[in-house]
Design a protein around this ligand. Structure first.
Ligand SMILES: [Zn+2]
Length: 67
């Protein structure tokens, strides 16, 4: 399933069953390899104030259009 995850300064989207944990890498919908930090995880005190990645947003919307 598609989900948002903040990492490396942006709120990216990914396709995965579980949210990535701190220090885990994931491939974003926009094709980047990013690593999650502790401060990117809301359950660990993170605040998602980083801007939404425009490429991930477009990729997510493109997938919706195919349903
Ligand atoms: Zn992205």
């Amino acid at each position: 399933m598609l989900r948002w995850q903040q990492a490396e300064g942006k709120r990216h989207a990914l396709d995965g069953t579980f949210p990535p944990r701190p220090e885990e890498q994931f491939t974003t919908l926009c094709g980047e390899e990013v690593t999650v930090a502790v401060c990117d995880v809301p359950q660990l005190g993170g605040n998602w104030f980083d801007p939404t990645c425009a490429e991930c947003r477009a990729a997510w919307l493109a997938r919706l259009a195919r349903c």
